[in-house]
Design a binder for this molecule. Sequence first.
Ligand code: ADP
Ligand code: MG
Length: 245
Amino acid sequence: MSQSGPAIEISALNKWFGDYHALRDIDLQVEHGERIVVCGPSGSGKSTLIRCVNSLETHDSGTIRVDGLEMRDAASVAKVRAEVGMVFQQFNLFPHLTILQNLTLGPTKARGLSQKDAEQKAMAYLERVQIPDQAHKRPKELSGGQQQRVAIARSLCMEPKIMLFDEPTSALDPEMIAEVLDVILDLANDGMTMIVVTHEMGFARKAADRMIFMDHGAIVETGTPDVFFDAPKSERCRTFLSQIL
Ligand code: ADP
Ligand code: MG
């Protein structure tokens, strides 16, 4: 991938589910190394938007370019997916495999790494998310926070250029949220380009270069965290923030 031009360039994006207009004229440009936090009420289109970025959802009009490559056909979609990691609310680990096997599967099958190299990489990322000691356990033996850190490490094993997080802590018990946010913050500080859908506003203040507020399928407001939190322009955004802060 090239480093010139934006990492993600979305213009005039529209998406319908049947006759429901889920994304309305979305324009969004994300620079390399930029950290975007997306918030907004349930059903406002946050998941649909980031799922469009790696074609987990198709769009009906407009364009999406990831590192200059327009998502149009199967070939460009495959290339983009190889560069974009995604972490969901549910961890989606394979229950019958060990943590190490969960991490080596993609690199050996999709990237052609040897088992030994894949294991070395997996252990390095398990160190990074601070659970190398869990490598030989199965997912159900780990806490939710540990499983989500495994899911992040699994994504990192594919060496993504961009990471998308869709409410990565909303399925976790409160005491496990911080350990997962700390891992994401560490990645953010390391310069990873990322879009994070979250309502964890303390995290957003620390991690975000730019906040995006969505409502009814549209981007209603964007701004730096300072401006966004301290002086939201729209009534809808003020109301939303007053409900979650
Ligand atoms: P958010 O992540 O902000 O909660 P979503 O992007 O999941 O919102 O959903 C936006 C809207 O699109 C919601 O009204 C939701 O019901 C609808 N929607 C999402 N996925 C589908 C689908 N596969 N089929 C039909 N409607 C959907
Ligand atoms: Mg969602």
